[in-house]
Ligand binder design. Structure first.
Ligand code: ASP
Ligand code: MG
Length: 421
């Protein structure tokens, strides 16, 4: 019978120097003492991937994706081999493996490949022979046998996929923060580490810009119900944050976290003719250029004209404005304007499914602080508001206070009474 297996993933800062690699090796030595099998997945040393990308771009203005993949995959190979050496020096039978060696097969989409299968036979055999396997994250091979990578931050996804393929008990993600917080502690010092976050909440948070986990990693974990634990590799004995399915026996806090995304911009088309096909014209032109739009607002029409606004990622604003100026001429809109000084404040909480009044409380809090809301959008477990960027810190701080997020409020649900027999 094989022992329980744990997958541990160490991010770029955790393996950022030789000293830190030694620290990781010491942690693994300790974890081995608890009689578990361990598969380690590593990122490239901090800054390495960017450095390699910069080198590529300095040689070629438009580097091919195939070559980029081979180049970038080397960053993770370096940290995997170094960590395996550090473990061997501690008398741990460790072996480093590339994506190909671990059997991670992907599709053909260079630089953002999707995992298709993991042939874990060799890994299983090595575990049974008592090895610690150190896997270079972020990479696989396509059907042609060429190296592919999984998109920035992709080592998280490698780790979860391996955990699923090898039937691990859990996947531990070690990083430079000790868990997922109610909001960015650099903005609100009272921010609190969350003990538990549901997959749905984490997905919303990741798509709203929480850098702590790659979105695909959370999707994968959700799909295969693999518990994730986010912890710091720099501290001992922390619980970290557990990301798992919602527990029906626990009362959900109404709001779990507040996110602030300043990387947003807004475009407004003024006096657009209010006719069928206008929105299609605008958004088709953006879709053709692969520009994703987030929120959309159309005002009520006056004398056959309406104003239409939408938000998008700030780095796509310039390109979108060129396109919109063309579209505006075609559809006879009076004017196109843009605003890059906005921020999206989002309030996320699985408890919103069963509680009303969250939106009202948000609007009340913002208005009490004289913060004007420019746009609003909602989903089942999220409310987002666009505000002027200069108000973002005040908005996050006062909402954090209004929802009492610095206090821990998760409690056990009172058990539903069963009929006395
Ligand atoms: N090294 C890659 C990156 O910087 C992958 C990862 O760290 O997960 O995006
Ligand atoms: Mg990362």
């Amino acid at each position: 019978m094989s022992r329980p297996l744990i997958v541990q993933k160490y991010g770029g800062t955790s393996v950022g120097t030789l000293e830190r690699i030694e620290n990781v090796a010491n942690r693994i030595v300790k974890a081995r003492k608890t009689d578990v099998d361990i598969v380690v997945v590593v990122s490239a040393m901090a800054g390495e991937t960017d450095k390699l990308l910069k080198m590529a771009r300095s040689l070629s203005p438009n580097p091919t994706r195939r070559e980029i993949d081979l180049l970038l995959s080397s960053g993770e190979r370096i940290s995997a081999a170094l960590l395996a050496l550090a473990l061997q020096a501690r008398n741990i039978p460790a072996l480093s493996m590339t994506g190909r060696q671990i059997g991670l097969q992907t599709d053909n989409t260079h630089t953002r490949a999707r995992i298709q299968n993991i042939d874990a036979k060799r890994a299983r055999k090595m575990l049974d022979e008592n090895h610690v396997i150190v896997v270079a994250g972020f990479q696989g091979i396509n059907p042609e046998g060429d190296v592919t990578t999984l998109g920035r931050g992709g080592s998280d996804t490698s780790a979860v996929a391996l955990a699923v393929a090898l039937g691990a008990e859990q996947c531990e993600i070690y990083t430079d923060v000790d868990g997922v917080y109610t909001t960015d502690p650099r903005i609100v010092p009272q921010a609190r580490r969350l003990d538990v976050v549901s997959y749905d909440e984490m997905l919303e948070m990741a798509s709203l810009g929480a850098k702590v986990l790659q979105i695909r990693c959370v999707e994968f974990a959700h799909k295969y119900q693999m518990p994730l634990i986010v912890k710091s590799s720099f501290t001992e004995g922390d619980k970290g944050t557990l990301i798992c399915e919602e527990d029906p026996n626990m009362e959900q806090p109404v709001v779990s976290g507040i996110m602030c995304d300043k990387n947003q911009a807004k475009i407004t088309l003024k006096e657009v003719p209010d006719q069928p096909g206008i929105a299609a014209n605008i958004f088709e032109a953006l879709a053709t250029a692969s520009i994703s739009v987030d929120m959309i607002i159309q005002n009520t029409s006056e004398q056959g004209h309406t104003d239409l606004s939408f938000t998008l990622a700030r780095e796509e604003l310039e390109e979108a404005m060129v396109i919109m100026n063309k579209v505006a001429k075609k559809i006879h809109a009076a004017q196109v304007s843009s605003d890059a000084k906005i921020a999206k404040i989002s309030i996320v909480g699985a408890g919103m499914r069963s509680h009303s009044g969250v939106a009202a409380q948000i609007f009340k809090t913002l208005s009490a602080n004289n913060i004007n809301i420019l746009m609003i959008s909602t989903s089942e477990i999220k409310v987002s508001c666009i505000v002027e960027q200069k108000h973002s810190k005040l908005a996050v701080t006062t909402l954090h206070e209004a929802f009492e997020l610095s206090k821990s409020i998760v409690k056990k649900k009172t058990p539903t009474k069963t009929k006395k027999k």
